[in-house]
Design a protein around this ligand. Structure first.
Ligand SMILES: CC(C)(COP(=O)(O)OP(=O)(O)OC[C@H]1O[C@@H](n2cnc3c(N)ncnc32)[C@H](O)[C@@H]1OP(=O)(O)O)[C@@H](O)C(=O)NCCC(=O)NCCS
Length: 195
């Protein structure tokens, strides 16, 4: 199967994310376009979205999965990112290395388990290696079992665990070292269109 991926500039991508987030009823706090734009402006970032046919109307392609990654630097000013960097301080090395943060992403329920998230992740890794990034980090929670399973399968390693009183809410930080060799090992066939 060849995965169809669109790469978006920030403004259009932010609107597309707001649209696709409407389909993720399981998460109460959905990402809005303004938040995406505020986070990504003035930093290196990649917005990817996979499209696939509607099962009952195969001629119609719809967005089914998305992923946003962006650069993080050792001295961030945004409070959320500053907090993230502080938490990563003891498990990710920043000096002379380019670090990418895998911020948000998901696949619509009816299209899960079909490889869309792998395709987006592999595309983001290829982009990252071409751009000179050294490591991709991601934060999730104990209770996000699907995401933890997918990240493990995509060979992200746990680098930190932050215990919460409710263990389901404990944070799990995962990371993957990026290299050209790793990109050569990618499994998905993809066609990427720049919007
Ligand atoms: C996690 C999620 C993005 C995976 O998307 P997907 O498109 O179904 O993932 P893929 O089909 O590309 O699977 C990628 C890999 O992970 C594995 N995987 C995916 N979901 C899995 C699950 N629930 N259990 C075990 N393995 C799983 C797949 O087998 C695949 O590995 P393989 O290619 O070696 O076979 C999707 O389940 C989702 O959107 N979940 C909700 C999002 C979420 O939890 N957000 C929380 C905030 S962090």
């Amino acid at each position: 199967m060849e995965y169809l991926i669109k790469q978006y500039p920030v403004e259009t991508g932010a609107l597309e994310i707001q649209y696709i987030e409407e389909f993720f009823g399981e998460f109460p706090r959905r990402k809005m376009a303004a938040e995406v734009m505020a986070r990504l402006q003035d930093r290196e970032a990649l917005i990817l979205m996979a499209e696939a046919p509607l099962p009952d109307d195969p001629g119609t392609l719809v967005p089914v999965s998305y992923k946003v990654v962006h650069e993080v630097k050792p001295h961030e000013t945004d409070p959320k990112l500053r907090d993230l960097i502080e938490r990563l301080h003891d498990c990710v090395r920043f000096d002379d290395r380019r670090i990418l943060y895998s911020w948000i992403g998901a696949t619509r329920r009816d299209w899960r388990g079909q490889g869309h998230f792998r395709a987006l992740t592999e595309e983001s890794e290829a982009w990252a290696v071409a751009g000179g990034f050294h490591e991709m980090v991601v934060k999730t929670k104990n209770r996000f079992y699907e995401m933890r399973s997918a990240l493990t399968q995509l060979q992200f390693d746990v680098v930190k665990f932050e215990r919460h009183v409710k263990n389901a809410e404990s944070k799990v930080y995962m990371s993957k070292l990026l290299s050209a060799e790793m990109v050569r090992g990618h499994k998905s066939m993809r066609s990427v269109v720049q919007v």
